[in-house]
Design a protein. Structure first.
Ligand SMILES: NC(=O)c1ccc[n+]([C@@H]2O[C@H](COP(=O)([O-])OP(=O)(O)OC[C@H]3O[C@@H](n4cnc5c(N)ncnc54)[C@H](O)[C@@H]3O)[C@@H](O)[C@H]2O)c1
Length: 438
């Protein structure tokens, strides 16, 4: 061991996971955890539950499960809370989302029915395609934030939670860029009192979480806590934050394939991606302003992985197009096509076609679990502000302002595991390996 590691408070008591949005992803997540607790399913897709971590030299044969290596909250200690603009319980919302088979939802009816959403902070201008009736009112945005803070405190008290984390799994908001009101906490709080139109509901949730010292993970591409005012508040209040936009489906594939092409020095002429999707998320993303937020998040990935400035002969000016089409018959079962035009030795052209018949929420649910457990770990380990080591889970990883995000899935995984080794005082793994041949 090189260093002693970090003092991490034990994961005693209950962990409350507060979900903003009780739609397809959230209900699939909650139902999955309930099924795993009942022993009727395995946590497939969850690194915290199924992943292992190699420690020390390859000859030492030390490879514990991650959940046995770092002190994570156990699944039996989790309780759920949620907000949504609809009154539907998790049972009704799961049936509505149509991700899980009806018989599976019925099996978990009692647990799912007990999860009823609190009234949401919502603004029609930020999500145009849906309207609901379970919505808070207040004289200004600060009052709405205070109501969320009161919800958080009440939930903690009523459920007897020791700790909380909040995960944004609500609809994607319209595209906004950071402006003066987001620059400092002072400006932001004044903006809350003044009902500033540039403060989105997702920012109000993030603010309420951070004021309550609750870690906040953002599963959608909207800015939320990715503004100077809130990153500062996270640091000042010793709260971890991370985002943005769960990396599932097509972007997951992109960040698996693109590093491979680059490592073989194969060139790219263009990458055309299109999706058909028929769930409520697809309906919201059918609005050009919400799609713009998603598009920005999806487009940045290839540029960062392929580094056209460093490899102009291979990657200068490649065409990258991303489309999402709302097509109701497919429901949550998204189909993502990629047509990739590459070139090799002497410039000869080749094509790769991917047709990923995926299930969006099935891919996203384990990410919610891992993020909640790792964010809780981070807080108990005294980590605060942006948690870049959790980039592994995001399409548009939040980083310090002066850094470009790392998108390569394999580098992200290495970074995540090295962070866990660092926390526990184990040697970081460099993959040098010369010592085996000395
Ligand atoms: N499923 C995936 O693979 C995936 C991947 C990346 C990102 N995401 C993002 O995760 C989010 C959730 O996806 P989903 O498929 O569950 O969508 P969904 O439409 O099924 O659920 C979103 C829920 O959020 C609620 N909502 C909207 N605004 C709210 C607010 N201000 N407060 C509280 N609730 C609010 C809606 O009523 C809805 O029930 C979306 O933003 C989506 O873009 C999903």
């Amino acid at each position: 061991m090189v260093e002693r590691g970090v003092d991490i408070a034990p994961a005693n008591g209950k962990l409350g996971i507060l979900l903003v949005g009780l739609g397809a992803v959230s209900t699939t997540f909650v139902a999955g955890v309930e099924a795993i607790r009942k022993g009727t399913s395995n946590p497939i897709g969850s690194l915290t539950q199924m992943g292992t971590i190699r420690l020390g030299k390859r000859t030492e044969n030390r490879c514990p499960k991650i959940k046995d290596f770092v002190p994570l909250a156990g699944l039996d200690d989790i309780v759920f809370g949620a907000w949504d603009i609809f009154h539907d319980s998790a049972y009704e919302a799961a049936l509505n989302a149509g991700v899980l088979e009806k018989s599976q939802v019925e099996d978990l009816r009692e647990q799912l029915e007990s999860l009823k959403p609190m009234a949401a902070v919502f603004e029609q201008n930020y999500v145009k395609r849906i309207t609901g009736e379970n919505i808070k009112t207040g004289k200004n945005k600060m009052e709405l934030a205070e109501q969320l803070i009161a919800d958080i405190a009440r939930f903690k008290e009523e459920k007897g939670c020791d700790r909380l984390v909040m995960v944004w799994a609500a609809s994607t908001e319209i595209f906004v860029t950071a402006s003066a009101v987001h620059e400092s906490l002072e400006a932001f709080e004044k903006g809350l009192y003044d009902d500033d139109a540039n403060i989105a509901p997702s920012m109000i949730y993030a603010y309420a979480a951070l004021k309550s010292k609750v870690p906040f993970a953002n599963g959608a591409p909207n800015l939320s806590c990715d503004i100077p005012a809130l990153t500062r508040l996270a640091e000042d209040n010793n709260v971890p934050i991370c985002g943005k936009d769960f990396k599932t489906g097509q972007t997951l594939m992109k960040t698996i394939i693109a590093p491979g092409l680059k490592s073989r020095m194969l060139g790219l002429e263009g990458w055309y991606s299109t999706n058909i999707l028929g769930n409520r998320d697809g309906e919201v993303l059918d609005d050009p302003e919400s799609f713009k937020t998603k598009e920005e998040s999806k487009l940045s990935v290839l540029e960062h992985i392929l580094q056209p400035d460093v490899y102009p002969e291979l990657y200068k000016d490649f065409a990258h197009v991303v489309r999402i089409n709302y097509y109701p018959p497919r429901g949550d079962n998204k189909e993502g096509w990629d047509s990739i035009d590459i070139f090799g030795w002497l410039g000869y052209k080749m094509q790769i076609k991917i047709d990923f018949m995926c299930r969006d929420s099935i891919l996203a649910a384990p990410l919610v679990l891992d993020l909640a457990l790792f964010m809780d770990l981070a807080q108990r380990a005294g980590m605060k502000g942006v948690q870049e080591w959790l980039s592994f889970y995001f399409k548009a990883p939040q980083t310090a302002p002066e850094l470009y995000p790392e998108h390569d899935l394999f580098i992200q995984l290495m970074k995540l595991k090295n962070t866990l080794r660092h926390l526990q005082g184990e040697d970081l793994i460099t993959h040098l390996g010369l010592e085996y041949y000395d």
